[in-house]
Design a binder for this molecule. Structure first.
Ligand code: TXA
Ligand code: MG
Length: 328
């Protein structure tokens, strides 16, 4: 069983394990990550194995500074502008891989691009001290909800890893926004913890959207799935349902909900984002037949919240292709 160690006491332990090619669960400002040395094939293989993740699905390489990022990926003026403005923070940039980059091919799934992110907090210090990039997917079993607390990591991966660094509840609560900056333009591959309109304001160009042959491979598969079904844009609570509410107004029948939680009583999307995964987990174990979800507006972080909700609500048993079509 993994040992949970407070972030303040965990640095040397984490460094020692990473140095031996082991994996460590660490807090970032978005969600907890399962980190390993991105230059070490064995370490990267351990990440895939612990998560049960398909190996065609590449990992984000986490860096501590721009110099480290530029040894791995090639930046153009737009990606450079975004890195300058938003790093460290909840933005991942997919850029062309440098020819001589010291990244194990398993970490990039053999692609000629690489996803790069500079996290905040414990992760940043850890990478700076380690001196090498860390591959880190979200620290959950593949296809399940991303963990926003050390306890959620342990519930999912506790038997498979040795150390979970506990930094408390993550601040943003959603995975990073992924933007591809490869052909001179910018494409939104995954809405996330940095709102798309803020990125567009800094970039001075619109983010391209929609499927255009290239997307984040991990977005094809079912993701963020609780065991209990979810019903979105609910206008009334039905018998036997739990309620995931948003904002000050309640939908009809809310009094009879088997359990209920409000993402943000005051209708604040930032607060809602940080509560989303933890509340989905809590309602998932409330014994309800279904989770009814109130409408969440699409503005700002609402885009990412609605993306995660619609993936969680996707009918089960569809093939990856069917899912991609229905949630692309
Ligand atoms: O907030 C986050 O991004 C967290 C924390 C731990 O940093 N990490 C995270 O990693 O969410 P993961 O592996 O769960 O999701 C990364 C996504 C996957 O959907 C993967 O397919 C995509 O990034 N990705 C990675 N490399 C890519 C590339 N070269 N091109 C397109 N998509 C890529
Ligand atoms: Mg993930």
């Amino acid at each position: 069983m993994a040992e949970i160690v407070p972030a303040g006491d965990a640095m040397e332990r984490a460094l020692a394990l990473l140095g031996k090619g082991e994996v460590v669960a660490i807090p970032t400002e978005t969600v907890y990550g399962l980190a390993g040395d991105a230059t070490n094939g064995e370490a990267v293989a351990r990440i895939f194995e612990a998560k049960g993740r398909p190996r065609f699905n590449p990992l984000i390489a986490h860096v501590s500074d721009l110099a480290m990022a530029e040894r791995i990926g090639r930046f153009d003026p737009l990606s450079r502008k975004l890195a300058d403005a938003f790093w460290p923070g909840p933005l991942t940039l997919v850029v062309p891989l440098q020819h001589d980059a010291d990244i194990h091919p398993l970490a990039s799934a053999g692609l000629d691009t690489i996803a790069l992110r500079m996290p905040q907090g414990f992760g940043a210090t850890l990478i700076a001290r380690f001196g090498r990039p860390l591959s880190a997917p979200s620290a959950n079993t593949s296809g399940r909800i991303s963990p926003t607390s050390a306890a959620a990591v342990t519930a999912s991966l506790g038997e498979k890893i040795r150390l979970v660094v506990d930094g408390g509840a993550t601040e943003v609560g959603l995975e990073s926004t992924i933007v591809r900056a490869v052909d001179g333009g910018l494409r939104l591959l995954r809405p996330g913890g940095m709102a798309a309109d803020e990125i567009e304001r800094v970039a001075g160009v619109a983010l391209q959207r929609g499927v255009a042959g290239i997307q984040a491979p991990g977005m094809m598969v079912s993701h963020y799935a609780p065991n209990t079904g979810m019903r979105l844009d609910a206008k009334a609570v039905r018998e036997g349902e739990a309620l995931l509410a948003f904002g000050p107004k309640r939908i009809a029948g809310w009094q009879k909900a088997a359990a209920q939680l409000n993402l943000s009583e005051k209708g604040d999307l930032r607060e809602a984002a940080s509560n989303l995964f933890a509340f989905m987990r809590q309602l998932d174990v409330a014994g309800a037949e279904m989770i009814a979800v109130e409408t969440v507006p699409m503005s700002g972080l609402g885009e990412a919240i609605n993306d995660r909700l619609s993936r969680a609500a996707a009918p089960r048993g569809l093939s990856d292709d069917e899912r991609r079509i229905s949630h692309g």
